[in-house]
Design a protein around this ligand. Sequence first.
Ligand SMILES: Cc1ncc(C[n+]2csc(CCOP(=O)(O)OP(=O)(O)O)c2C)c(N)n1
Length: 551
Amino acid sequence: MMDATTVAATMSVADAMIAELENAGIRQAFGVISLHNMPFLDAIRRRGVMRFTAARGEAGAANMADAATRVTGVPALLVTSTGTGAGNAAGALVEALTAGVPMIHITGQIDSPWLDRGWGFIHEAKDQLGMLRAVSKAAWRIARPEDALPVLREALRVAQTAPAGPVSIEIAIDIQRALIAPPPPAGPVGVPTLAPDPALLAEFARRLATAQRPVLWVGGGTVHAAAEVRALADLGIPVVASTAGRGVLDENHPASLGTFAQSPAVGGLLGEADLIIAAGTHFRSNETRTWALRLPTPILRIDADPAADGRGYASSLFLQADAALALRGLAVGGHPDRTAWLARAAEARATAEAALRAQVGPYVALIDAIAAVLPDDGIWVRDITLSNSIWGNRLPRRAAPRTAIHAMGGGIGQGLAQAIGASIAAPGRQVVAICGDGGFMLNPGELATAVQAGARIAFVLMNDGGYGVIRNIQDAEYGGRRGDTDLLQPDFSVLCASLGVPHRGLASPEDAAAALRWAVAQPGIAIVEVDMASYGPFGTGYAGPPSQAKA
Ligand SMILES: Cc1ncc(C[n+]2csc(CCOP(=O)(O)OP(=O)(O)O)c2C)c(N)n1
């Protein structure tokens, strides 16, 4: 029997969902085409509003969507296939969840009459929704065509509401194809912003204004609060950033302590401070020597997430609020003259940076070469490699938020694809990415994606013939018993040649500046392969992430 709705039904659910995502400003989509997602990809192609990048695997596609979201602040779309396809994206979704990246993941499901029966339908996966719930901030199944748009709008809202995170939707292939009435134009999805409690905010402001030696610690929850953080820095408050908070305050600002909290010099400064405001930060293990780093008290903490209260460190006061709104309320006048304190902070920062430059030995030439070709709006992507743990998380300096990308969860092999997503979403901006040879080989198929998609990236490939981070841990903690860490690697120059990628070896510090200048002058992808055995050792070794055990 037909009712008025079925008569008017002329638009597929997939088309209507893509239109809704376009309304939300989404312009970048990544994925791998499959039987169970073709209605979405067909809609994207016919409508011509979004760009879809065909990755070689769902893990890479998810890393690309993650980085596109981090760089622009606008969610990107990930489209995967049912079962194995969605599972392939799971590791990268773990990273997006760790880093609080509000990307949208849509995956297929088998025809709804056969759902959840376990009869062996092609691509069927046991409890796919349970898997998606585990690796996403939230996950939904769209069970009926009329639920598609309300669920999608809720997903957009949940993803972007602080603490942000990736969301997943699974939808059966027959429901993707089902026709619904074209929806009337919808307004924007409201993303709630939590205003601070005025009395508590006033107490924070009073304490900050009377502190002689305050410090502000900013995390990834402040990437939209650069102006507010700058205003506080201008009041004579030194600012230290977490890895996710890099560039929120220009690292060239005189009050910037960069990301040097764990250095003895800045650690000493923290010991002298008489108050710390911590805004939008996790205080992650790798950034606090597994919470052994001594922080000053009182600790005044600001976070939209109530779970941040007492996370890692006990809060003296906790203000649940959007970081930008709260920090704006703190940047009010009447502060004491902090010239001497700022000079002390500048000295600590300079000491920390000089110590790091000494620690890296000959790699200081590489750092300076990268700094010279990376403009303020350039994007600095790092995989989990020795060079990132030792210096890439701190140098070169970054001047703006959303210009530094790194797998917060520590999973290797994601930097290659993250660089691609960043380049596609921010065309015209210089991307420089550093990867170890081990991490690079986790997902090398995406190099072909990069070339085909016309991405522009200067890769610095740190080749030490295997897993350097792990070798060092074997030396430090396993009596030097090395194994499973020496890798047969391809001849990268041949691999590059097979894809038409310009490749250049780098075997000595003297050639670093010229190699980087050469790389950024290439029109697309270029790889500078550092032969670390010839280039030379770091000044000081590295024995894995700092932990209490090693402290
Ligand atoms: C997904 C994942 N698998 C395994 C590890 C363990 N792991 C940490 S560092 C590392 C070695 C990385 O080697 P490479 O990329 O060559 O950089 P290098 O350590 O040589 O600087 C490994 C295997 C990890 N962090 N993530």
